[in-house]
Ligand binder design. Structure first.
Ligand SMILES: [Zn+2]
Length: 330
C-alpha cells in the first residue's frame, strides 16, 4: 500500500492488479475456473494463493473482465480451467440512451466478488493488501455496444460516445464504492484504451477527465491497468492523480519511469510471454533486476497471466524480489 504512493518500504513490493491464476495452480489447489468465478468462497480461496503460494504482497479475486458486464445483461461465456471468460455480442446501439438497471449491484455476478472481498478482508485483516477490480467506461463500452461499433463512433459520433461514457462511468463508481465497503484496500481500474484501439488524443478527450474524476471520488488508491503500448499517454495518465499505473512490457521499464514522472507509481511491466510463461530462472532474475533498477514500485506480471504459465515462475519472481533486496542492504 505504501508502494502505491511511492513511499519508502522495507523491501520492494511485489504483486499484480490482474489475475495471477494458472491452470497448474488450479490443479494443485483443486479449485478450478469457471467455478471460482461463480462462488465467493472458491474465488477467495483461489485468489489467496497469489499471496500464500506465490508470495505476492496483494490478493486480487476478480479474475475475469466480465462481472459487472454480466450484471448489466451482457452474455458471458465463463470459460473453463484452460480459458478465461469472455463477453459475447452486444446489448445496445451506441445511440441508445442506455439505462443502467438500478439493482445491478444486487445481481449475483456483482455479489460474488463483493462477498469474496469481504471474506478476504475478514481472513487477512491488514496483513496483505486486498485489491478489487472495476472496469472503466471504455471497456464497458466494448461489452455493451461491441468493440467495432464503439470505436467507429469515437470518430463518427463522438457526442454519442460522451453520452455513453457518462452513463457507464456510474457503473464503475458504484461497483468501486461497493468493493471499498466490502473491504478492498485499493482497486484496479482496467480500461482498455491501448494505442492499437485509441489514439492519445482520444484518451485525452474521452477518458483522462473521467479517470481523474474516479480518483477524486473514490476513497482508495486506484491502479489504472491498460495493456499494450501506452508510452504516448503515460504523461496524460500521470496528470489524472491516479496513484499507480499497471503497465505492459510494450513500454520499456526505464521509459515508463521517465514518462510517469515522480508522483505516479508503476506496477508490472514484466512480459507474460517471454518471462512469466517461457522464462528460465536466469531470465526472471535479470528481469526483476532490470525493473528494480528502473524504479518500478511494484514488481509483477504486466497483465492477467496466461493460464498455461508455470506457477513456479511466478513464485520465483516474487522470491527474486526479496532475494535481490537482500543482496543490496540499505
Ligand atoms: Zn491487460
Amino acid at each position: 500500500m505504501t508502494a502505491l504512493h511511492r513511499g519508502k518500504t522495507p523491501r520492494p513490493a511485489t504483486g499484480s492488479a490482474t489475475s495471477v491464476v494458472t491452470t497448474d495452480l488450479m490443479e494443485k489447489s483443486r479449485i478450478f475456473f469457471p467455478e471460482a468465478h461463480l462462488s465467493p468462497e472458491l474465488m477467495a480461496e483461489l485468489a489467496a494463493l497469489g499471496h500464500e503460494k506465490l508470495g505476492f504482497d496483494n490478493i486480487m479475486p476478480l479474475f475475469s473482465v466480465c462481472h459487472e458486464s454480466a450484471a448489466l445483461g451482457c452474455q458471458v461465456d465463463w470459460g473453463d480451467r484452460y480459458s478465461m471468460p469472455s463477453c459475447r455480442g452486444k446489448i445496445a446501439n451506441i445511440e441508445d440512451d442506455i439505462k443502467v438497471r438500478e439493482d445491478f449491484l444486487q445481481q449475483p455476478e456483482c455479489q460474488i466478488p463483493l462477498k469474496a472481498l469481504n471474506l478476504l478482508r475478514k481472513r487477512y485483516g491488514n496483513q496483505v493488501a486486498i485489491v478489487g477490480k472495476v472496469f472503466g467506461p471504455w471497456t464497458l463500452g466494448y461489452h455493451i455496444f461491441g468493440v467495432q461499433e464503439f470505436l467507429i463512433a469515437t470518430l463518427l459520433n463522438p457526442a454519442a460516445v460522451h453520452q455513453a461514457i457518462n452513463r457507464l462511468k456510474l457503473v464503475t463508481i458504484r461497483f468501486a464504492q461497493a468493493q471499498i465497503e466490502a473491504g478492498a484496500d485499493a482497486l484496479c481500474l482496467a480500461d482498455h484504451a491501448t494505442k492499437d484501439l485509441c489514439c492519445p488524443h482520444a484518451y485525452q478527450e474521452f477518458l483522462q477527465p473521467v479517470h481523474q474524476e474516479f480518483q477524486e471520488k473514490l476513497s482508495c488508491p486506484l491502479i489504472l491497468h491498460i495493456c499494450g503500448d501506452t508510452a504516448d499517454r503515460i504523461p496524460a495518465i500521470s496528470q489524472t492523480k491516479i496513484a499507480c499505473f499497471h503497465f505492459d512490457s510494450a513500454v520499456p521499464a526505464d521509459q515508463a519511469r521517465r514518462l510517469a514522472g515522480e508522483k505516479l507509481a508503476l506496477m508490472g511491466g514484466t512480459s507474460n510471454l517471454n518471462v512469466i510463461r517461457k522464462g528460465s530462472p536466469e531470465k526472471i532474475w535479470d528481469d526483476v533486476k532490470e525493473k528494480l533498477a528502473a524504479g518500478i514500485d511494484i514488481i509483477g506480471p504486466e497483465c492477467a497471466v496466461p493460464l498455461d504459465s508455470p506457477s513456479e515462475n511466478l513464485q520465483f519472481l516474487a522470491s527474486s524480489v526479496r532475494l535481490l533486496r537482500r543482496e543490496k542492504p540499505g
